[in-house]
Ligand binder design. Structure first.
Ligand SMILES: [Zn+2]
Length: 305
């Protein structure tokens, strides 16, 4: 049965129950998801509905249930071809690439929205190694002032000096080089690549941003959040030591393939970043559209290789 025939067949089945159940989960951003679905492409919304409906998504596991194909084994030979396998762990190259593209689209939206917040007193790098971030701090202000070791008492002088476009008269803090700063990090940490790193020299805060897509269950969202938080913990610790008394905030934004988020956690992070409620709403809505459309990028169906 071809893709079109399949979709015609499943579209006559009612899907309201499973969609309603999904949409009624609390603290998951459902109000905004409703808006996001209205601004997503029709084909992506159709895929979204199929993914929520039992046995409807066109993967081998479901074809097998419908008696259309004998084996539910995926062509990558690692597992049965289910929606979650297809989207999150399939080893086939074209699916891996589509998955990467889905992530990149969400991350790009986070980048665009975040670079609009207090941009004039922030330095940001996106999708770069930690060492590149440190280098950009060295290059960005007169005499590499952002690298200087500071005491609380020196912060005021430091901030004024950073605000000047010319070389300041007075040395603010103890001069350090990039090599001095690097001693606070393991060599391996310097090559890690969080999605974003931002130095806010007005609020004296460094943000480490990570974006991840995963399954939509509360357990998946939480586990992915914990894994990502742990992955960058040593970088956060290094930054804290290197840039005392600046603060370091880890912002880990995990979103489901079908648009679920841990809403309170997202809002807490985005508020700490300096976003108003309406800026948060806009970012969340755009990320939801990107993840739903991204899910549709992964080729589905028997014989798509
Ligand atoms: Zn596979």
């Amino acid at each position: 049965m071809g893709q079109q025939a399949w979709e015609a067949r499943v579209s006559v089945k009612t899907t309201e129950g499973s969609v309603d159940e999904f949409m009624s989960r609390g603290n998951s951003g459902r109000e905004i998801l409703g808006q996001a679905l209205r601004s997503s492409w029709d084909w992506a919304v159709r895929g979204w509905i199929l993914a929520l409906s039992p046995y409807r998504y066109p993967v081998k596991v479901n074809y097998a249930k419908w008696g259309k194909s004998g084996s539910s084994q995926c062509a990558c030979d690692q597992s049965a071809e289910s929606f979650i396998h297809l989207q999150l762990s399939c080893l086939l190259e074209h699916r891996r690439n589509a998955r990467q593209e889905g992530h990149n689209r969400v991350a790009k939206i986070v980048e665009n929205c975040m670079d609009n917040i207090h941009g004039n007193h922030r330095i940001s790098v996106w999708d770069k190694q930690v060492s590149t971030f440190l280098h950009s701090l060295e290059m960005s202000r007169p005499q590499a002032l952002l690298l200087n070791a500071l005491t609380i008492e020196e912060l005021g002088t430091w901030k004024r000096a950073i605000g000047q476009t010319r070389t300041p008269q007075q040395q603010a803090g103890r001069k350090r080089t990039l090599d001095d700063i690097k001693t606070y990090f393991d060599r391996e940490d310097l090559t890690k690549r969080p999605d974003g790193m931002i130095f806010d020299f007005h609020h004296r805060t460094i943000y480490v941003i990570e974006v991840a897509r995963t399954g939509d269950s509360p357990g998946s969202l939480r586990n992915r959040y914990l894994k990502k938080t742990f992955k960058y913990a040593s970088i956060v610790e290094g930054l804290r030591k290197a840039f005392t008394p600046c603060k370091v905030e880890q912002i880990t934004l995990v979103i489901g393939l079908l648009g679920s988020i841990e809403e309170s956690r997202w809002r807490q992070s985005l508020e700490a970043f300096g976003m108003t409620r309406s800026q948060q709403d806009k970012l969340i809505r755009r990320c939801m559209v990107a993840t739903i459309e991204g899910t549709h990028l992964v080729p589905v169906g028997v014989g798509d290789t």
